[in-house]
Every structure is written in C-alpha cells, then in structure tokens.
Design a protein around this ligand. Structure first.
Ligand SMILES: [Zn+2]
Length: 250
C-alpha cells in the first residue's frame, strides 16, 4: 500500500474477511496502532530474537566474518500531506516544479551465512529515520552508534552502496574495529582513481557480480588498531587510503 488510507479500499476485499475470520479494522485504527508502537520495546524484542538465534547457532558467519548491510529506504512520498518529520525535494514534472514530501529510513540488516540445507536468516537489527537537513550517512552513523554497543559482536563487516564512500563513514567504523565494503562508482573520480592506483600494489581478482564481469580488489584495513589509518576529509591523492573496494566495471 502507498499509504495507510489505501487500506480503506484494499480492506474491503472479501479475502480479508475469510482470512482474518472477523471484520477488518479501519485505516484510522491501522494508523493509531502504529503510532502507539513503542520503538524501544520493539528493539528489545528484536534483540531477544537475535540472542536466541545466536545461541542456537542459526546465524553462522560468512568466511569468518559477521556481515551487515546498511541501506536507505523510502517508505512513502506525498505532494499533499506532510508532517514535521518530512524530508522535502523538488520534483520536475510536466514542465513545472513541485514540492514533494517523503520519509527515508536507514536500515541495518544482518546477513549471516546459510546452514546446510537451510535458507539464510535475514534479521533486520534496527533502523533510523533520516531527519530534515541531514544526509543519509549522518543518519547511518547515528544508527550505528546505537547498534554497535547493543550488538558488539554481531558483525565485523558493513556493506554499503556508493553513497557511503565517504571519509566520516570509514573513520567511524575503523575507530570501532569494524571493516567496510562499499561500491565505488566512476562518477566519484577522485576516490575511484585512488583505488585504481592501488591496483598496482594489490592485484585485483577477476570475479562476477550477478551477471556482470568485474574486478574485485581487497585492500586490508590493517592487522590491528595501531595499523589503521584515518581517512582525511578529502580522499584525493592519499596513498594511505585503505579500504576494501570493488570496481563494478572493467
Ligand atoms: Zn512526514
């Protein structure tokens, strides 16, 4: 559903009567119940599920690493309705500009390996709404600052898309003993050239990503905390750039 009010139409379908075995609830009730949800109680519930799964060995590492995926998701957008937490953007449409309101959350998903003969578990650990005036990386750092103390040994490696190839993100994780693996796109010329320069020292390996041929380049983040370098604000021309990066094109 695009929004809660759509339930007023969708909820009339006969399917719900037979599936729920009782009359459906109203769109107002759906909104009211969600507004009453206690976020901290929900987080504690997720943590409880995580602990049980971990104790029962249902969350195996991938090649010895605990892995999480960090990503931003838009939940809904509207030209008409908005709240104090809405983000805003201008949409160019039909030769005119319109102000659109939307919400985006950054989510952290645990990505354990699969047990033999089983589907891998995908456990959403937590999420954080992006606030007006901040970028997605700032939101992600606030999320990680809450999750890392709550799940200190749940993951070693954070996967993220090209948006996160920024110094504050790498430095935040390195300072907490975590590794990062981000997508590098050629639009980020400076950073891409830095990493391409490192291919001279660390030979990339031929690999595949989905159906595409690609080069994988694994660059160590150092053997211990003392070996780690900080990323300067501007990554251009810094031979100390250390990261695990992936080139998506040949
Ligand atoms: Zn809003």
């Amino acid at each position: 559903m695009g929004n809660i009010n759509a339930w007023a139409q969708v909820g009339r379908a006969r399917f719900w009567q037979s599936w729920l075995q009782e009359p459906t609830f109203s769109a107002d009730t759906l909104g009211r119940v969600h507004a009453l949800l206690d976020a901290n109680g929900l987080r504690q519930g997720i943590h409880h599920v995580y602990e049980r799964l971990k104790r029962n060995k249902a969350l195996p590492d991938i090649y010895g690493l605990g892995v999480v995926v960090l990503d931003g998701h838009e939940s809904h957008a509207s030209y008409l309705r908005h709240c104090s937490g809405c983000l805003q953007r201008i949409i160019h449409c039909g030769g005119r500009d319109r102000l659109q309101y939307y919400h985006r959350q950054v989510t952290l998903l645990l990505l354990p390996g699969a047990l033999p003969g089983r589907e891998a578990v995908r456990l959403l650990l937590d999420h954080e709404p992006q606030r007006p005036g901040e970028d997605e990386v700032e939101t992600a750092l606030r999320l990680l600052a809450r999750v890392i103390p709550a799940y200190p040994r749940a993951f070693d490696l954070v996967l993220a898309d090209a948006l996160y190839a920024k110094a504050p993100f790498f430095n935040f994780l390195l300072a907490r003993g975590k590794h990062a693996l981000v997508v590098l796109k050629e639009e980020r010329r400076n950073l891409y050239q830095d990493v391409a320069g490192l291919f001279d020292h660390v030979a990339p390996q031929q690999g595949r990503y989905r159906s595409r041929q690609c080069l994988w380049c694994f660059l160590a983040t150092g053997a211990g905390p003392g070996a780690r370098h900080s990323f300067p604000g501007d990554l251009h021309g810094t031979p100390a750039t250390r990261q695990a990066g992936r080139s998506t094109k040949q």
